[in-house]
Design a protein around this ligand. Structure first.
Ligand code: GLU
Length: 415
């Protein structure tokens, strides 16, 4: 059964629930429900065969009361305005919940990214930057990687934008290659942050991480580094998947070994001939912790009743629908919501931006320690808020975040 709400409808539902619990003034709720600016561009791209294709791109700027808009750019055939609206709103709350001085933005281009050559992607990225150049900038809106974009994509954005403004504008984008002002630790940051949230949640259940089984949906950047760290800490990573399917072994996998296999074959399926499972089956597989780290709307009212995990840590943005949320809360499943669980990435993006302005590179351990410190503090704050107001963790995280944004607005005044 498809999700009842679109991603943005779901984001608004979550917002309303938290705003009600906060008793937020209606006019402030009205302001925060709306995006400040939404840009749509139609990008003509010269393909390798000489033809020209037009791809639609977006940049949604939800809110900048606490700082410049911040958020990734995703390339995927399913990118659409509704999704970008939801993702940019979640960025506002994400930055506020970990208390970094940014607002929320998100961009994307609807394109057949998996079938495009590097040269086609480069031409598309540069054109997109030309078309949105006036609306991004180191103090205005700072993109970063997301689904199917990476440090190379950020290097093109940095270069194209710098050519337009006439100076090397390192702070315009984060997630850059180290050679071009990227931060050490940025690549691992989101996954390591997810792993830290798993560890903190497991502690609340008085369980040892070494006795914990974790099923991870996905094997991209977030999922891989979460798996790698959890394995290192002694957890059993019992399931991993990619778009072609998943693998399950109750004895657990070594994620580094699985990654080597995937790099050779293109998929995790077939690894050491272990049991193959579908992505759907992975979500309801036997495990203590479930980490959905792929795309939105994975845990729905259809499969939520069958989820066996006691803890869900959301590596992806929006993997759980609002209806599934209710079901899981009633079942007593402890959810670490996306805006907290995957905030390690944007936190290190913030550190990258700071380093760009400082013209000084921090060492990797400093970066990762500071990231963990921020995340663990936010984890504790969310937990305390959930207890205080007797609400689920997602509502608690949103309450914390929305209050911070609303307070910034009130202090500025609306003149
Ligand atoms: N795309 C990532 C996210 O959803 C990172 C955003 C950033 O670093 O600005 O959090």
């Amino acid at each position: 059964m498809p999700a009842k709400y679109s991603p943005f409808e779901g984001a608004l539902k979550q917002f309303e629930k938290a705003a009600n619990a906060l008793k937020l003034e209606p006019h402030i709720a009205d302001i925060l429900k709306k995006h400040q600016k939404v840009i749509t561009v139609n990008i003509p791209v010269k393909m390798d065969d000489g033809s020209v294709k037009v791809f639609t791109g977006y940049r949604a700027q939800h809110n900048n009361f606490r700082g410049p808009y911040k958020g990734g750019i995703r390339y995927h055939p399913d990118v659409n305005l509704d999704e970008v609206l939801a993702l940019s709103m979640w960025m506002t709350w994400k930055c506020a919940v970990v208390d970094i001085p940014f607002g929320g933005g998100k961009g994307g281009i609807s394109c057949p990214v998996k079938y495009m050559s590097v040269a086609e992607k480069e031409r598309m990225t540069r054109k997109y930057v030309q078309m949105i150049a006036k609306d991004i900038g180191p103090e205005l809106d700072i993109p970063a990687p997301d689904v199917y974009t990476d440090s190379q994509t950020m290097a093109w954005i940095f270069d194209e934008y710098s050519k337009i403004v006439g100076y090397p504008a390192y702070g315009v984008v984060t997630g850059k290659p180290i050679e071009l002002g990227g931060s050490l630790g940025r690549t691992q940051a989101t996954g390591y942050g997810v792993a830290a949230c798993v560890r903190e949640a497991v502690k609340l259940f008085n369980k040892d991480i070494k006795e914990t089984t974790v099923a991870i949906q996905g094997f991209g950047n977030v999922a891989y580094y979460a798996a790698e760290k959890l394995y290192k800490w002694g957890a059993k990573v019992v399931a991993i998947s990619d778009s072609q399917g998943g693998i399950y072994d109750k004895e657990g996998f070594d994620p580094i070994d699985v990654m080597e296999y995937k790099q050779k074959t293109g998929t995790v399926v077939g690894y050491k001939e272990v049991k193959k499972i579908s992505n759907e089956a992975l979500l309801i597989s036997e495990c203590d912790v479930l980490v959905p780290a792929a795309l939105e709307d994975q845990i729905t009212s259809t499969n939520a009743p069958q989820v066996k995990a006691k803890i869900i840590v959301e590596g992806a943005n929006g993997p759980t629908t609002p209806e599934a949320d209710e079901i899981l809360f009633k079942k007593g499943v402890y959810i670490v919501p996306d805006i907290l669980a995957n905030a390690g990435g944007v936190t290190v993006s913030y550190f990258e931006w700071v380093q760009n302005f400082q013209k000084f590179q921090w060492d990797e351990q400093t970066v990762l320690n500071r990231m963990e410190e921020k995340l663990v503090k936010a984890f504790k704050d969310v937990n305390a808020t959930a207890k205080k107001y007797n609400v689920d963790n997602r509502t608690a995280a949103l309450m914390l975040a929305i209050k911070r944004v609303a307070d910034a607005y009130k202090l500025k005044g609306d003149y």
